[in-house]
Design a protein around this ligand. Structure first.
Ligand SMILES: C[S@@+](CC[C@H](N)C(=O)[O-])C[C@H]1O[C@@H](n2cnc3c(N)ncnc32)[C@H](O)[C@@H]1O
Length: 418
């Protein structure tokens, strides 16, 4: 997935400085130079980062069970543990969510201005907000790849850990101010039972709902989760509002998201749904990655990590130069994809997205997997201008021949964005 250069670069200097100022003001660190202090990172932060990482990367095979431990925020030295998540996992998750926002931007998505014509205020919501990485990702996304949010608004954060929630709400307010956005967070400390109503009946409707690395913590099956998720979107999303779900790129977690998409589509077709699944698949066709059990689907984005995170990666053996993830974007809308995405051209059935890296077979020819209305295809392409597409890129007006097992593209327009 390609994101704007300004977003890629935003996390080095300015972000680290803003983060340091916030931590200092919140008395979570005693001096800004602690973020550069190897001894401090080694002793106080990296052991917690390793423990979190082991928990999140629970071995493939035992992943079907959720992480049903409400207190994982509180183990050991709770303050350092929270700070470790905040320093190590918040910025990457924030960036992932911002990247999905930027993807909507590059495809030409804009919120209709009439959506905010009532109070003029934006209302967002993050489920399982933790330290508000998802909500803050929207702030960053809107700053560097705007979708037309109004100048002021609020973000409801729902989270079962009181301490994480409090840190997240403060951080959201701080970042919004630093970005010059008149947005404020409202924290709701509660545990959501995912097989019961996620919101009270009298809860307001929202323009945006975000879930970042939340659903995979539930032990419920994708089919079970789809029931209440659908009701929540139908009942509490504004018309033209969005739901963004970001999940790990691990095979089993990613396949669970594909199965969730499948369950949602089945239920939407069985009833009179006002929802549409927009991304990543550019349509509601059957998922090509579900055909083979060993297959799955994920995205990757490059960014410039904050300096302290580079150091932390060296200390912990993690590598966050590239950020993989799986995602889903749903909208409550009656409009067609061509109306929603102003950068779409040509016919729906001639539009494909690359879902794998592009391998150079020669200087002229590359090979990759791509998904379109008719599923997944192993494809070879010899573009005349030698501009080879890569994972996440969009090919339009595609003329091809061959079978899904080996397709040859005769001609296509590669939709490039800055
Ligand atoms: C991996 S963290 C992700 C936090 C944040 N969204 C992010 O992307 O960094 C998952 C969060 O979801 C919260 N959570 C998990 N299940 C929950 C539930 N059923 N109700 C409320 N919060 C929940 C956890 O406490 C945790 O803070």
């Amino acid at each position: 997935m390609r994101v704007p250069v300004s977003l890629v670069n935003a996390f080095q200097n300015d972000f680290e400085s803003t983060l340091g100022d916030f931590l200092l003001q919140s008395r979570l660190i005693d001096g800004k130079d602690l973020l550069e202090n190897k001894r401090y990172l080694t002793r106080s932060i990296s052991p917690h980062v390793k423990a979190f990482s082991e928990l999140f990367n629970r071995k493939e095979g035992s992943q079907t069970d959720g992480i049903d431990r409400e207190d994982y925020w509180a183990e050991g030295n709770a303050k350092n543990r929270r700070l470790s998540y905040f320093l190590s996992f918040m910025p990457p998750n924030l960036f992932r969510v911002a990247s999905v926002w930027a993807e909507l931007h590059r495809l030409g998505f804009q919120f209709p201005s009439t959506l905010f014509s009532g109070s003029g205020e934006f209302r967002g919501l993050e489920f399982g907000a933790g330290v508000a990485s998802g909500a803050c990702g929207i702030l960053a996304g809107e700053k560097f790849a705007p979708l037309g949010l109004p100048p002021s608004g609020s973000f409801a954060l729902i989270e079962q850990s009181k301490a994480a929630l409090s840190l997240g709400a403060d951080w959201f307010d701080y970042l919004a101010t630093a970005y010059g956005q008149n947005y404020r967070a409202r924290g709701f400390h509660r545990r959501i039972e995912l097989n019961e109503a996620w919101l009270p009946k009298n809860a307001p409707s929202f323009h945006l709902m975000v879930m970042s690395f939340f659903l995979n913590e539930s032990p419920l099956s994708p089919e079970e989760i789809s029931l209440e998720l659908l009701k929540t979107a139908e009942n509490h999303l504004e018309q033209e509002g969005l739901m963004i779900i970001v999940e790990p790129a691990l095979k089993l977690q990613s396949r669970k998201l594909l199965l969730l998409r499948k369950a949602l589509i089945e239920k939407m077709r069985a009833g009179t749904s006002s929802l549409k699944i927009l991304l990543p698949c550019l349509g509601e066709q059957a998922c090509g990655a579900l055909i083979k059990e060993e297959d799955w689907c994920h995205e990757e984005v490059d960014w410039m990590r904050p300096k302290y995170l580079r150091e932390l990666d060296l200390l912990t053996g993690l590598d966050r130069r590239t950020l993989p993830f799986s995602y889903l974007v749903i909208q409550k809308t009656k409009r067609s994809l061509n109306e929603i995405f102003s950068n779409f051209e040509g016919k729906d059935e001639e539009r494909y997205r690359l879902v794998s890296p592009s391998k150079n077979l020669s200087k002229r020819t590359s090979e990759f997997f791509m998904c379109g209305q008719d599923g997944k295809r192993r494809t070879r392409f010899t573009p005349e201008d030698l501009e080879h597409p890569d994972r996440g890129d969009l090919l339009q007006n595609v003329k091809l021949h061959g079978e899904p097992s080996l397709t040859q593209i005769d001609s296509a327009t590669l939709k490039r964005y800055s």
